[in-house]
Design a protein around this ligand. Sequence first.
Ligand SMILES: [Zn+2]
Length: 313
Amino acid sequence: MDRLNEIMLQYVLKRRLFDISDYSSIETMSKIILDSRVPNFRDKRKNRFGLTNSYKLAYEFFYSLDPEYASYFVERSNSGDIYLKYFKGNTENAYSFIGKDGRKKIYFPYGLDICDCFILVHEMFHDMNLDLENSTLTRHLFTEYISFFGEYLFKDFIDNKYGIDFSISSKYTYNGCYMKAVSVHFQLTLVKKFLDKGYLDDYDIARIINQYNPLYREMLLSLYRQIYTNGDLCLEYDYRYVIAVLLSCHTRDLMKEKRYDVDLFKFLNENINYLYPEEFYSMLDLDVVDECNLDLSRASYDRLRKSYCKYMR
Ligand SMILES: [Zn+2]
């Protein structure tokens, strides 16, 4: 238990976190997801889908957005910076990162099924908006949104062009994001309790874990072990997925109302490192009422909730 308390102390000191209201926005957002229903998900992907097909579909999609995006995709695919690894059942996560040689890289475990092309598109957007010289808070907060919404546009593209039903990809998304929302809420509760009492004991942990749906107990225990091993929380990392899924649902609605389009999406992707977070929100028609902790207006949260509940299946 001493180790956990040490980790918690370092966490709050490093972030000068003495007031949990700094996290009120992310708390509200994770509650929006937790208060809606638990995604009903069964893994049914069985059909094999070759890697060449995945690359082909991704290329066609990028070309439809912008021929320059397609060139970038080809250049990156030929660069040797994408590490491919076959993984049965795709149990490892893909990620984009900066290599020891200072170059942008993508780790891409593929499973030879339809999820591969979505992962490829997702990681390619991260790669595109990762600026080695200029790493900003805005990019940290919203790069997952760009990748999520990029996946949504991709799904739409192949639905329209080939009439293939890829709706399973969004089921993965909602399921994964629900888990992230549980994880975020759990870690926020740990931080709150720690700030409150000055320490945590076994009883606190057990009680906090029991607050959540039993379906997610195993996941929380493994998150708890991970915090122990890594010596740090992963709150800053996880809450980006909560923001991403809410903004994606919201911008689907904006698109229907003709208040958002592919050009705006591209603008955000290309300028993510040059915009302030509040500008980014405002371009999505959301009002920041507190620039310090990026809290949104009640009306904005209501719109996020409405769109999320509508699309989450
Ligand atoms: Zn991502």
